[in-house]
Write a protein that binds this ligand. Sequence first.
Ligand code: CDV
Length: 300
Amino acid sequence: MRNMVVAGGQLGPISRDETKASAVNRMIALMHQAASRGAQLIVYPELALTTFFPRWWVENKTDFDHMFEREMPNKDVLPLFEASKKLNIAFHIGYAELTPDGHRYNTAIMVNNFGKIIGKYRKIHLPGHSDNQEWRPFQHLEKYYFEKGNLGFPVFDALDAKIGMCICNDRRWPETWRVLGLKGAELVVLGYNTPLHYPLAPEHDHLQYFHNELSIQAGCYQNGVWSVAVAKAGFEEGCELIGGSLIVAPTGEVIARSQGPDDQIIIAEINLDRCQEIQENIFNFVEHRQPREYSLLTDE
Ligand code: CDV
C-alpha cells in the first residue's frame, strides 16, 4: 500500500483590495490545520493570491499587472514556502504569472516539503472571451488576460507518486484527463473559480455543482486516478463562486467534500496503489484502447 494523506485548502472570497499577504496568511492557517492532521500535501485554488480579476475589463491590461507574480517565490508568498518547510508539507497553488519577457499565464505550481518548485503548469483551456462584453453581469476575460499555456499537461514524480496538474476549465475536458492518464498520473491536482451563474446558458446555473462533480468523477474513473479539486468559493465582488471542493477516488467515488463556501480544509488518506484497480482492468489502456480510431481527436 502506498498511502498518502492529501488535503484541499478551500478559500472563501478574496476581495479586490485584499492584499496578497492576507491571502497567504489565510492559506498558512489552512496549512497548519492540514499538517496537524497528518497531510503531506495541500492543494489551493486557481488564482489563489487575488480576487478573480478576469471578471473586469480594463482598456489597458497592464492596469492589472499588480495581480500578477513576476517571480516565485516573492516576498508576499515566501511565508507560505517557509511554513511548508517548517510543517513538512508540500503544496500546490495557482497564481497569475507575468514572465520576464512579458507573457501572461494562468499558472499553478507544485512545491515540495523542502520549499522547492518541482512542477509547473500553465492553463491550456482558457474559457470566456477576449473582448469587452458589457451586457454580462460580470465578464470572463481569461482569453484577454492570459495566453494559452505552453507546458503541455505535466506529470511528475513527487511524494512517491506520479502527480498531474490542470486548472479549472481543463477539468471539464476528457482530453485533459486522458493525456494525464496516458502519462501515468496517479493523482491529479487542480484548483478552480467557477461562477454559479453562467451568462451564456443561465438555465444551467442549478447544475454547476453537478457538472463540477460529474467532470472530476468521470476523469478519475476513466483514467484510474485520484484527484484533489479545490475551489475559491463564495460571494466575491458581486459574483457567487461555487464551493464543493472534492477528493475523488479512481473508482469515481467522492471521499471528501467541503461544506459551505468559506476557508476550510478537506482531507483524506488515499492509497495510490488503488489506481491499478481501474488501470489494470476496465481501463487497461494497452489492452483495450483503440487509438487508430481516435485520429479525429487530434486533427485540427
Ligand atoms: N476559471 C474557470 O476556468 N472557470 C470556468 C467557468 C467560466 C465555466 C469553469 O470551467 O469553471
